[in-house]
Design a protein around this ligand. Structure first.
Ligand code: BGC
Length: 755
């Protein structure tokens, strides 16, 4: 008798007393929703953090809400032992958020973890000898600079395996906000000033991750183009600019690749918070584009939970007790119609039933890190952009190299903030060049290595703060001596940036510091005097002022190439790989010539409204009208060979326009070429840019003299512009020009098509 009673009590506690409650399956979502209590529904939509005590540590960025521990009594309706979250159990330690399971109806947790350049989880765990390092893959702007969706997909297929094998369900990536201004602190995570390039890169990214049975979260929806005052800052934009520029990339990625989830942004769009913006989330994203997954807030975007639910923002992350109470009250008082809440629950469950946790995937905690390191090494060279090369690159094997610049020795492999990755190691450039057989000047290398080691011993790197080792001076004497001893000088310039802050229009950030300028002067003077060359490498996720680029003989933008960066850069410098990356943004002659410079929030002391007055004229869409302000155009990048374009053909079949062009490698080394298709519309009702990128393709590796016919397709509908007054997409009739180009300023052939 006693045994029976005890068993019954245990069953009651474990919730099995509701044995008749339906259990979640693919086919039973509506049945489960019907059986759920209000508390259970709200439990699902408000993230698990409300139960958690987040450990102390580097937990907030300047200007960000503090990530405070939440001490709350659990709602009475939920038995304590039902709550097993990643936060509280440490199952995937360091994950950004998770869902509270509702075991009574078979709802499991889901683990959500950052971020774009690889999975961000804690690398070590208490009382556990195993390590949980993840691969630091190349950053977003390098992937888009490859103009190669297949490459992006290869990278993220590897990344997705880490997400799966470390037990997470959704990777909080990709991030695709438009590079409206070069100072945005998160541009390294984002892709481009052009929405087509951003959207197609994101679609490939999503396909790779989701091929591994885990989800993505396309973010930050929408118009989060600055970090300054991002919480609540208002992006004021015409509907045309939203539709054609700021939403377009999201639209492409959603339609092409259906991410499991989307993350709304912190800011307001035209006066309404993104997470409360029903027009954005329900009318456009779901009803127009057909998005099928669920939408979550960005972390701590806590305003009015009931309004967020009503807007169609299904999940509030990471979840606070206040949100829980507020939604319960709103539902009980009738202010929040239960239908909205049920819709949110349904959308979450539809994703959950595909998730590894729900499917009880027995993850190994042992992803193939070795194979992924090779993916990183092979991928990074494909996005590096050769900006200048006056008969110096590639370097012949065995050359004597004077390797200068602190970032050559303390290479930056990724940015800071939620896009940071806890990697096991990184390969610096001195290691990469030595392994590639170059002879580094021992004296110079030893000096830098000692200095970097000394400074780093007192620095602490974590995801919010990646400390930079200050640059050192190169004297004229040292430069002259180095020029005598070596064949060539390499100098690296680095910039760290990340979430929570924008970059600054000051020396040492947008501009070269005085020290960096003097170092370049000293090296160019000394090496040029004895007929030797200087190569400058950019090690950053974005761009800087480039007016100094007339001085050195070669400039290679290496971005932040992930943990194998030193090897990848050496592969390009040595000519093992001919560079084929092209700029995903315009480098202008002056910061002030970027049209957004008129209204980019430089400090927290501004009214919080950012007026996107340049409208659709972002990036090359603006600079095409002011070509004198371009230093390096959008789509530009040199190769170690040359390509000739011929046989341009444009034809229309139904709603598709097909463009083909023959690309021939006329130089001496094997290489790939990025072919860009820009279209100029006829003069019509609406003011149009000079031309717009409508398709692109990358050739395979073409040997000397080899050709490839590249075919690109454009849908007639994609040539429309959005009319602000009619509030619809409009196609102007007339003659369209189809330009195939090697960059936005290097049109090779043009053909026309009447529409
Ligand atoms: C970032 C998101 C990130 C989230 C979770 C936020 O601060 O804006 O991009 O996914 O934190 O870490």
């Amino acid at each position: 008798m006693k045994t029976i009673l005890t068993t019954t009590a245990a069953m009651l506690l474990a919730g099995t007393c509701f044995a008749q409650a339906p259990q979640l399956t693919q086919g039973n979502i509506d049945g489960v929703i019907k059986a759920m209590t209000l508390e259970e529904k709200v439990t699902l939509v408000v993230g698990a953090n409300r139960y958690a005590e987040i450990e102390s540590g580097p937990d907030h960025a300047p200007g960000m809400p503090e990530r405070k521990a939440q001490h709350v009594a659990k709602p009475k309706s939920e038995p304590q032992e039902e709550v097993v979250t990643a936060f509280s159990s440490g199952r995937v330690k360091g994950a950004a958020g998770d869902v509270v399971p509702v075991k009574r109806v078979g709802i499991t947790t889901m683990v959500l973890a950052d971020g774009p350049a690889g999975l961000r989880i804690d690398p070590t765990r208490k009382d556990d000898d195993q390590t949980y390092y993840c691969t630091a893959f190349p950053i977003g702007s390098l992937l888009s600079a490859s103009w190669d969706p297949a490459l992006t997909q290869r990278v993220t297929t590897a990344m997705g395996e880490e997400v799966h094998e470390y037990g997470a369900d959704v990777l909080l990536a990709p991030a695709i906000n438009i590079h409206r201004n070069p100072l945005c602190g998160r541009n390294f995570e984002y892709y481009s000033e052009d929405p087509l390039l951003a959207g197609l890169t994101a679609a490939a990214y999503i396909r790779g991750i989701q091929s591994q049975g885990v989800g993505t979260s396309l973010k930050h929806f929408a118009a989060n183009n600055q970090e300054t005052m991002r919480n609540g800052q208002n992006s004021s934009i015409t509907e045309r600019a939203l539709r054609e520029i700021y939403l377009k990339g999201f639209e492409i990625a959603v339609k092409d690749a259906q991410p499991w989830t989307i993350m709304t942004s912190y800011n307001k769009v035209n006066g309404v918070l993104s997470s409360e913006n029903r027009w954005l989330i329900t009318d456009v994203l779901r009803n127009e584009w057909g998005f099928k997954g669920f939408v979550m807030t960005d972390w701590w975007a806590e305003e009015n939970g009931a309004r967020q639910i009503e807007a169609g923002n299904d999940m509030l992350m990471p979840g606070t007790p206040h949100q829980f109470d507020e939604i319960i009250k709103a539902a009980q008082s009738g202010r929040l119609d239960m239908r909205y809440l049920d819709d949110c629950v349904r959308r979450i469950l539809q994703v959950m039933v595909q998730s590894p946790t729900f499917l009880r995937y027995n993850y190994s905690n042992k992803p193939d890190l070795k194979a992924h390191a090779q993916v990183v090494r092979d991928a990074a060279p494909e996005g590096m952009v050769l900006l200048k090369n006056e008969s110096v690159l590639p370097l012949k094997a065995g050359r004597k190299v004077a390797l200068f610049g602190v970032p050559s020795y303390d290479i930056m492999v990724g940015g800071s903030g939620s896009g940071y990755v806890n990697r096991a190691y990184k390969v610096s450039l001195d290691e990469g060049l030595s392994a590639a057989g170059f002879k580094l000047d021992k004296q110079i290398t030893a000096q830098y290595q000692d200095y970097v080691k000394g400074v780093k011993a007192n620095q602490n790197e974590n995801f919010w703060v990646v400390p930079v080792v200050p640059e050192t001076a190169i004297s004229a004497e040292d430069a002259a001596a180095a020029a005598k001893r070596n064949d060539v000088a390499i100098y690296s310039i680095g910039r760290m940036a990340g979430e929570g802050g924008d970059r600054k229009l000051v020396p040492g950030d947008w501009y070269l510091s005085d020290l960096e300028q003097k170092n370049i002067d000293a090296l160019c003077d000394a090496f040029h005097k004895v007929g030797k060359k200087v190569i400058v490498l950019l090690n950053m996720g974005n761009i800087i002022d480039m007016n100094w680029s007339t001085q050195p003989d070669a400039v290679l933008h290496t971005w932040m190439g992930g943990q194998e960066a030193g090897h990848s850069i050496a592969d390009v410098l040595a000519g093992k790989v001919s560079p084929s990356g092209k700029l995903p943004m315009t480098i202008a002659t002056k910061y002030e010539t970027y049209p957004s410079a008129n209204d980019f929030p430089m400090s927290n002391n501004n009214p919080g409204d950012v007026n996107y007055d340049e409208d659709i004229f972002v990036g090359y869409r603006h600079f095409d009208r002011q070509p004198a302000d371009i230093l390096f155009p959008f789509g530009f990048g040199l190769s170690y060979t040359q390509f000739e374009y011929s046989d341009l053909k444009v034809s229309k079949q139904g709603s598709d326009i097909t463009v083909s062009v023959k690309v021939t490698n006329t130089g001496k080394v094997a290489a790939k070429e990025v072919v860009q298709l820009y279209v100029s519309a006829p003069k019509g009702q609406i003011v149009k840019p000079v031309k717009e990128l409508r398709a692109y393709a990358k050739t395979g590796l073409l040997k000397a003299k080899e050709s490839e016919v590249v075919t690109m397709t454009v849908k007639v509908d994609d040539l429309r512009s959005f009319d602000n007054y009619l509030r619809q997409w409009v196609l102007d009739r007339g003659t369209y020009q189809f330009h195939v180009a090697a960059s936005s300023q290097d049109i090779r052939l043009t053909a026309t098509q009447d529409l």
